[in-house]
Design a protein around this ligand. Structure first.
Ligand code: GDP
Ligand code: CA
Length: 321
C-alpha cells in the first residue's frame, strides 16, 4: 500500500516511526517542509528534513524533540566563545556531519532532493524523503517588536534566536511563487492509496507545502483519501508555537480550527480523546462522518503505531470499494 505523508518536524517524525511499523517503509513517501531551512556558518541546514530523517532512523532525541540522541554541542559552544555570528543557532556535533555532507553535495551540483536521498542512504532509511522543492523558499515572520519597530524575521530568528517573544503580524513564504514542485512530489500525492497530513504545525510546517504550485490541487483531486491527525489537543499544541501563529492566519486554536483550515482537501480527520465533543462539528466541516477519536499523544513507538493504524483506516475508508 503506497502512503504519502506531508510533514514538518517533530510531530511528523514521531508519527512516521509508527507508520513504518504498519506499512512497509519502502511504500512510504514523505514530503517535507523546507521553509525553515537556513544557512548557518555557510552550511545548508534543513531542520525538518533532518527531524524526519533522524526519527525514521531511530536516532532522534525523544526528550528534546529535535536533533540526535546522545548529542554533544562542543563545536557550537566553541563558536559562541569565539563570538561567531549565527552561533545562536545550536548545531550538535553529530548533526554537523549531516549539514557538511548536504552542503558539500549541493556545492557539487546535486539538488536538495538528491542530497536528501544521499543523507537518507547514510542512515539506511528505506522510505522516500522528498523536500517540497529544490528551490529556495523561506518562511518569514513579520513581527511588531517594540522598541525596535516592525521586523521581518527569518522563521529561525523568530523561533530560536528571539524565543517566539514577539507579537506576530504576518507569516509569508518568500520565494514560493517562483519555486517549483518536483514532479515526484505531485505524483506521490495523486498516486498514493492514502495521503496523511501529519500532526505538524499548520502555519509553518504544512502551509508552506500547500503554498507550492500544484500541491493543493493534487490534494483536492484525491480528497477522499486525505486524512489529517490534529496537532492541536485540548486547545493547545503539545509543543511549539502553533497557539501563537494560528490566530495570525485567522484560525481557531482547536482541532475544529485545523480541520476547517484543511477543509477543501480533507476526507477524514483524527482527533484526540479529549476533543471527542468536537467530532460532530468536524464531521460537518468534512461533509461526512469520517472523524476518528483516539489517544493521539505519541509517548513511544507503540503509541505512534496505534495512531498510524487508526489514521490509515480513516484514510482508507474513503477508497472506492
Ligand atoms: P517542528 O518540529 O518545530 O517543525 O514542529 P512540527 O511542525 O512538528 O509541529 C509541532 C506540532 O506537532 C505541534 O502542534 C504539536 O502539538 C504536534 N505534536 C507533537 N507531538 C505530538 C503528538 O504526540 N501527538 C499529536 N497529536 N501532535 C503532536
Ligand atoms: Ca520545523
Amino acid at each position: 500500500m503506497k502512503v504519502t505523508a506531508l510533514a514538518g518536524g517533530v510531530g511528523a517524525g514521531k508519527f512516521l516511526r509508527g507508520l513504518v511499523r504498519v506499512v512497509p517503509p519502502q511504500d512510504v513517501t514523505v514530503v517535507v517542509n523546507t521553509g525553515d531551512d537556513i544557512v548557518v556558518h555557510g552550511l545548508h541546514v534543513s531542520p525538518d528534513l533532518d527531524s524526519v530523517t533522524y526519527w525514521l532512523a531511530g536516532v532522534a532525541d525523544r526528550e528534546r524533540g529535535w536533533g540526535r540522541a546522545g548529542e554533544s554541542f562542543r563545536a557550537t559552544e566553541e563558536l559562541r566563545r569565539l563570538g561567531v555570528e549565527g552561533s545562536w543557532f545550536g548545531l550538535g556535533d553529530l548533526d554537523l556531519a549531516t549539514h557538511v555532507l548536504r552542503t558539500r553535495l549541493l556545492l557539487e551540483g546535486a539538488t536538495l532532493t538528491e542530497s536528501t536521498a544521499e543523507v537518507a542512504r547514510g542512515f539506511a532509511i528505506a522510505s522516500r524523503i522528498l523536500p517540497m522543492t529544490d528551490d529556495p523558499v523561506t518562511t518569514r515572520i513579520e513581527v511588531v517588536a517594540d522598541p525596535d519597530g516592525p521586523l521581518d524575521l527569518h522563521f529561525q530568528e523568530y523561533w530560536v534566536e528571539r524565543g517566539a517573544r514577539d507579537q506576530v503580524k504576518r507569516v509569508h513564504f518568500e520565494g514560493v511563487e517562483a519555486a517549483r514542485t518536483p514532479g515526484d512530489v505531485l505524483d506521490a500525492i495523486t498516486q498514493a492509496q492514502v495521503v496523511i497530513i501529519c500532526p505538524s504545525n499548520p502555519v509553518v510546517s504544512i502551509d508552506p507545502i500547500l503554498a507550492m504550485a500544484g500541491v493543493r490541487d493534487a490534494l483536492r483531486r484525491v480528497r477522499d483519501l486525505v486524512v489529517s491527525i490534529s496537532p492541536i489537543v485540548g486547545g493547545k499544541p503539545l509543543r511549539g508555537m502553533a497557539d501563537k501563529l494560528l490566530p495570525v492566519i485567522g484560525v481557531d486554536v482547536s482541532a475544529v480550527g485545523v480541520a476547517g483550515h484543511y477543509a477543501d482537501f480533507l476526507g477524514a480527520f483524527v482527533v484526540d480523546e479529549v476533543d471527542r465533543a468536537l467530532a460532530p462539528a468536524i464531521g460537518d466541516i468534512l461533509g461526512g462522518p469520517r472523524v476518528a477519536v483516539t489517544d493521539t499523544i505519541m509517548v513511544d513507538d507503540a503509541a505512534s503505531e496505534r495512531l498510524a493504524r487508526i489514521a490509515l483506516e480513516a484514510g482508507l475508508s474513503g477508497s472506492p470499494a
